[in-house]
Ligand binder design. Structure first.
Ligand code: FCB
Length: 445
């Protein structure tokens, strides 16, 4: 099963999840530093203070990638390293790290893909309203430009935001992620300002000459219990509107759907905003983990992460799940990719994250993770199927290169294809890493 020539094979990480060095070289605090220190928010009080110590061990991590044959590495830049307070002067020592990392990647023949925002908002900006404040969108564009100024000569692939749905609704509406607020209107306002920030940053990057610009969204099919039943279809559609279309429509078509637009309080979406959000992009990053299974249940309360979801219940997975309890449904990826291809034709796609947490089995110094291998293999088949049906899919990046700080789950959920011993910081490629190296070498399964 061969993949197209030039298909990108890679791995992804995010700054707060792996870097550590939380106070080094002038880095300011982010909302995740604050959140992880708030009792009861993150499993066992884990923080990203040390994480995988990638800040110091990046040469070893790049060497591992090279050994595995990884061609593209997606990482994120920590805004509070670059602008410790979120705005104001650039901290060149913070950018030095990404300069070193970029050079190390290029020297090893690995293409860097840079994400500007993977959830670590400078605490200084949160103190002024965070993503519920319109100013944050403009500060984000300024920060994006500062990063481009330093690295734009070497970075070709740019991603503005990672999963704005999570930042907005898990962070501001459900309170399970930083900054931990629980207000649906704040969630919506954050979503809009994230999108506005994406548009403003895209315009700046484009003007500065960035080659390929995109955004990474967490997308998933929303599946009703009975596709013949209008009430079920309506339940699924209202969740889909908030999970998928709230982001896809303005980014790709430059306009919110009327249903989504009337959700916002007055004064949040200003004239001209949607046109800014709809700046042309070159590639859409897709993060896929599982479909969303829903059913209509009159009287069910609104789920704050899907505004307007009154009367909708979420169904448990019928089949196997990962250690996160997430359903394993690779067909959902084929379906999603085909839908994107159909609804937004002409936009190249790349899987910027796909992977799974499992409880790894250790034996004789090896980490046997056959569950992960099956997961990855099935999802790669799903990608191949989509490609064979005409989808313009340009690459696949596994989440994640390393076991890391899995947000509210701390270090207890392991997504890596490389095992990390958090006591010694020893790295051990798991069986899945060896398997993936073969896939890359063959350019297929
Ligand atoms: C995604 C995040 C990523 C990681 C995976 C498991 O939502 O982008 O940082 O935590 O989930």
């Amino acid at each position: 099963m061969e993949f197209p020539k030039d298909f990108r094979w890679g791995a992804a990480t995010a700054a707060y999840q792996i870097e550590g060095a939380a106070t080094e070289a002038g880095r300011g605090p982010s909302i995740w530093d604050t959140f992880s220190r708030t009792p009861g928010k993150v499993f066992a009080g884990h923080t990203g203070d040390v994480a995988c110590d990638h800040y110091h061990r990046y040469p070893e991590d790049v060497a591992i990638m090279r050994e595995l044959g990884i061609g593209t590495y997606r990482f994120s830049v920590a805004w509070p390293r670059v602008k410790p307070d979120g705005t104001g002067p650039v901290n060149p020592r913070g950018l030095d790290f990404y300069d070193r990392l970029t050079n190390e990647l290029l020297a090893n023949g690995i293409e860097p893909m840079l994400t500007l925002y993977h959830w670590d908002l400078p605490q200084g900006l949160e103190d002024r309203g965070g993503w519920t404040s319109r100013d944050t969108s403009y500060y984000f564009a300024e920060y994006a430009l500062a990063v481009h100024k330093r690295l734009g000569d070497r970075i070709k692939l740019w991603t503005t935001l990672n999963e704005p749905w999570c930042s907005a609704f898990l962070g501001y509406a459900a309170g399970v992620f930083a900054p931990g607020h629980t207000d649906v209107q704040e969630g919506l306002s954050a979503a809009h300002h994230l999108l506005l920030g994406h548009g403003l940053a895209t315009a700046e990057l484009r003007h500065a000459g960035a080659e390929t610009i995109g955004i990474t969204l967490n997308l998933a099919p929303v599946v009703p219990a009975d596709p013949q039943d209008p009430a079920e279809l309506d339940a699924a559609d209202r969740v889909d509107a908030m999970l998928n279309r709230l982001f896809l429509e303005p980014v790709i078509k430059g306009a919110y759907e009327p249903y989504a637009k009337q959700m916002f309080s007055d004064g949040v979406v200003l004239d001209g905003d949607e046109a800014i959000i709809g700046q042309p992009i070159d590639m859409l990053g897709v993060n896929y983990y599982n479909p969303n299974l829903v059913t209509a249940r009159p009287g069910a309360p609104e789920n704050p992460v899907y505004p307007g979801s009154h009367g909708v219940d979420f169904r448990p997975a019928p089949g196997k799940t990962t250690a996160m309890g997430w359903p394993i449904e690779p067909w959902g990826l084929t379906e999603l990719l085909e839908r994107l291809h159909r609804d937004y034709p002409g936009l190249p796609l790349i899987i910027t994250e796909n992977g799974a947490a499992f409880d790894d089995v250790h034996s004789d110094g090896n980490v046997a993770d056959s569950d992960r291998i099956s997961y990855l293999e099935e999802h790669l088949r799903a990608c191949h199927e989509a490609i064979s049906r005409g989808v313009d899919l340009r690459g696949y990046l596994v989440w994640s290169l390393l076991d890391n700080f899995e947000w509210a789950e701390g270090y207890r959920k392991r997504f890596g294809i490389v095992h990390v011993d958090f006591d010694t910081q020893a790295r051990t490629p798991k069986d899945s890493a060896r398997w993936y190296a073969k896939v890359i070498e063959r350019n297929g399964l």
